[in-house]
Design a protein around this ligand. Sequence first.
Ligand code: ADP
Length: 604
Amino acid sequence: MRVKKEKKHVHTLKNNLYLLKEVHAASPGRIPLNLLVVILKSVSNFLFDVFMLRFVINGIQTGAAFQSILVFILSIAAYHLCVCFFENWFNEIFAPVSDQKIIRHIQKKVFAKASSVEMACFENPAFYDRYVKAVSEASGRAMQVVGSLAGIVSCVFTVSAMSFVIFTIDPVLIVFALLPFAVNLLFGKKQNDIQYEYNMEMQEKSRKRDYVRRVFYLSDYAKEMRLTNINKALFLKFADAVRELKAVIKKYGWKIGLLDYLFQATNDIVVYLGAILYASFKTLVSKTMLYGDCIVVINTINSIAWSLRGIADIYLQFHGHALYIDNLKYFLEYEPAIPENPDGRDVPERGSLLLDHVSFRYEGQAADVLKNISLEIKPGEKIALVGHNGAGKTTLIKLLMRLYDVTEGEIRYDGVPIREYRLRPYRERFGAVFQDYRVFSMSVMDNILLKDNVTDEERTRAVDGMENSGILEKIRSLPNGADTILTREFDDGGVILSGGEAQKVAIARVFARPCEIVVLDEPSSALDPLAEYNMYEAMMKACRDKTVIFISHRLSSAVLADRVCLLEDGEIAEQGSHFELLHQNGKYAKLWEKQAEKYKEEAV
Ligand code: ADP
């Protein structure tokens, strides 16, 4: 996003202040102490580079007493030692701890927001891009903003203190010191604008390159990368991105380089050499400048020019930070389309679910995925959703759980539109396992209960859950039983389960969870038909009083449902019990026959 030029400075200031406020909230001492360190350090440098040289050499030239020089040097040494001690304490002890506090504070906000935004956000590339940037850079950038602030304070101090001394030596010298500033005023704005455009284009082009880099190192892609030729195609994309980046560098490199050259030429030739010539003349020819003053001029004039340049550079850094902070602010200030609704109604323990003429379309898509669906699911009913891939089964259960809101129509729970309930308690009524379930790098027990502060009762429920899902024996055989860590991310002794075993752990979650409505989105694809049937049978037994909605491609499990709904192209094509539908001899019956034939063939 290109911010309007006239607003750029305000935007930069506002955004950086925003992040500084977060830093202050996380670690209140960080900013003042950091500024104190740089000021004390700048004073120390000033004393060494300017004050001490001037005092000692002028003293020698004018015949000052050695004692006064000794006292002066000892005082500076004492000050310097104290500052060094303070600086080291700050850098090695205070700042690293403060960094961790800042990381925790900002990441906590990002994580809280990430889990509250609606699912659709993760499918929106623009939003997702901002989200990834916000998460990956959040805390590091906060530290950089503090660093830039400290840098600018140090530069401002150096410029003011040294200019003052130079001015007291000879006011004409100020012209030399300020010359680069004038050049900067003339060309700096142009340079800032070019640098800004350059950063923006580089950032945009780097996205493609970074995507490929991610794919190469993320384990999610490891199989495809080894078994297919996609790595070649990806590498071509990478090379393309690098080519584009090179073009951007070529486009801006010369302009930036020339402006830089102009600054350096003014600074090195006119300012530095000019000031030395002027000071030498005053000292040697007109004899109106003391040796100490002459050395101070030679020593400081360049520092003033570079510190002025430093201020301009840091200002550019603040622009860069502001662009990033846009992402973080956008993300943190985003109002979820499906909000928590803390003032909403309490959610009843039990109730029927009613889809009333529901239609749904994914954001940015041309057609509805669900069309005018009306369906009532009574408390305790067992419903099987069947149909071909893409018919809309998963979408339907996502709507029931309010992971998305309907586009048209209404979903009611116990007669009340679900958007009137408090969101989290409503979702807690459901226990769900999806086909793309995830196993966490935690113990088996944690993976089943998915919560902290586990009670003994919950542990017992988890063990029952494992028994019902058919994984208990396997887990008991592991070295640490249910406390064994899954995956080897953090623990070399971690266990990697097979696809079917991991699925059973995921299914145990639903058995172990005290919920009223169980949702199973084909969590059994990695189980063999018999294991799947047994699992569903156990599920129906354990959930006798609960509502169960399950999606299964193997119709043998649909037999266990009170009612089967056949979805086709986002509509309910047929519904009834398994036997009613067989009797109707319609689409479901044909599907059943086809599958039965397949199993017969496999059995032969
Ligand atoms: P099923 O579970 O019956 O296989 P889904 O509900 O997963 O079907 O998908 C129904 C249709 O919606 C499919 O055409 C699918 O491509 C599309 N779809 C699913 N998820 C998304 C999404 N996040 N964004 C856009 N389209 C989607």
